[in-house]
Design a protein around this ligand. Sequence first.
Ligand code: MIC
Ligand code: SF4
Length: 649
Amino acid sequence: MGKNIVEKIFGSHLAHGELRSGSPVELHIDQVYTQDATGTMAWLQFEAMGLERVKVPLAVSYVDHNMLQQDYMNPDDHLFLQTVAAKYGAYFSRPGNGICHQVHLEQFAAPGKIALGTDSHTPTGGGMAMISIGVGGLDAATVMGGSPFALTMPKVLKIHLLGKLKRPYVTAMDVILEILRRLTVKGGVGKILEYGGPGVRDLNVTERATITNMGAELGATTSIFPSDERTKFYLAAVGRETDWTELSADDDASYAEVIRINLGKIEPMIAQPHSPDNVVTVKSLAGTRVHQVCIGSCTNSSYQAMKSIASILKGKTVSEGVNLLINPGSKQVYEMIAREGLVADMVAAGARMLESSCGPCIGMGGAPASGQVSVRSYNRNFKGRSGTRDAFVYLASPVSCAIFALKGEMVDPREAGIVMKKFKEPSQYHINRNFLIPPQQDTSDVKVIKGPNIKDVSVKDALKDRIEAEVLIKLGDNITTDDIMPAGSKVLPFRSNIPAIANFVFSNLDATFSSRAMEAKEKGGGIIVGGENYGQGSSREHAAIAPMHLGIQAVIARSFARIHRSNLINFGILPLEFVNAGDYEKTSQGDRLVIGNISGVISGSQEYVVENATKGYTFRVRSTLNERERDVVVKGGLLPYTRERSGKA
Ligand code: MIC
Ligand code: SF4
């Protein structure tokens, strides 16, 4: 029987297991990359393994999130990341070089390879026909240490594309918004989205990358496109034609599910506050007043995105009620648009140019004013993520965004009376690798520099046989890691300091949470209760490490998002699911729960009896751990587990 693209790549990288959906598999990994906000932990954990050098063919340490440098903390992290990369044989991408995913696409992504990144938008590389998976820092560290990457084999869902986009007013961003509208933020959980069909040819690599990038919002493990002539064209244009190989699904390949999308029928779409799947047509919101527009982020900051907005802004003026902020995705993109005079067109129109980094996407500056409307070409509009809790953040294509900035209100870009040029993909991109420091062979005299804000990684004790703890908080569905562990300019500087960052756990939802948890820690720890898709969004393992530091023993939810579930396991917190949904309703904050005989149940049925000692009834919860995950949780997390396996206990 024929193979799909996922089976072909997984098959050529298989270390253990069987490619049957739902079975555990282990894969050899070609590339691992980190970004600064998750990378300090990943590299501290790698360091703790006591190895001399990374054991993957390519490792890259990027700096793109924490760029404000308002005191010593962020620059200390950068210095640590630079010296640790030099010590252990990784590339270092200097601050200013750009957003990890955009730079990685330009410089390293290659068809047929597998990459892991410590960021949920790593699937950007799927636009280059590379399996690219977002993971927590500890998973990345163990793979850099030579272990294969373990995951449960996802189902493969085919998105069969037909037709052609109605350019220039309809873009790749509108395609992924339409998919989010159809599938929702839970629709991709446990799945890889593989794109195919004749419509694929209509999309170039950076357009494909926009689509695979934002596949993260579906909860998908990753998304991938075939490698074809358009892939070859892009690779040649970025000076890496030798990285090209053809890759497509066999004609008789099979899929768990197939969804058909006619690109010709896609309209300009927009996600409304406060979820990326709350999608409607732009037309239906025409006339809505806009106060801020932000264009950039790893989703839409390619040369194509920048060139298209420059052609809209040229010779015009941003509406007087609008603040327009633009961050080009990489230094190469920035330099290219500067040399071509496009930056001048943006600045002349009144845009505020930001550096090539994540910026306002993660609340590092650029927060909207109270109660105002911000439209962004980004990928997440969770409440409060922008830095302003009562702002209304919408997500739309760069083309829609630029047109709204000129008009001061939402308007269907096709009806705005703005003539824009169609984009012609360049056959030669500007190439400049001077901000990438390659690994050295002899690293014996490199000293890793750690400033005072960089604290050692905490390790949990082995799993207890009996948990008796209070429900410290009860939450609804789709709780994001931004809810659990907020980011933004006040919190991000503490990413390498767990005791300090732990004070911010759930701080936007319940300001007393961390102090209550610290008190409960003395009495056996706490439990978190969540609804469906608990922990969706980012890969930040701080959303598990900080609760671990606060003594959280278990999270009981209706279901979990993939990366967060792995992070909980990696830090020894039991992820449990309600067997009967009704028991979720019955449980309240403040209830005291008792789970006994854990060591017996975890290696047997994995169905535990929980006593609600406050209300006097019992209910059942289950864990769905495979053998390896079970061993990891029992040991207290991946670090003690790995140490023991490598004889360094
Ligand atoms: C995000 O978009 O939420 C982030 C910031 O890039 C995170 C990583 C982090 O929290 O450092 C992600 O997407 O994984
Ligand atoms: Fe950076 Fe935003 Fe992309 Fe996350 S989603 S990597 S914060 S640009």
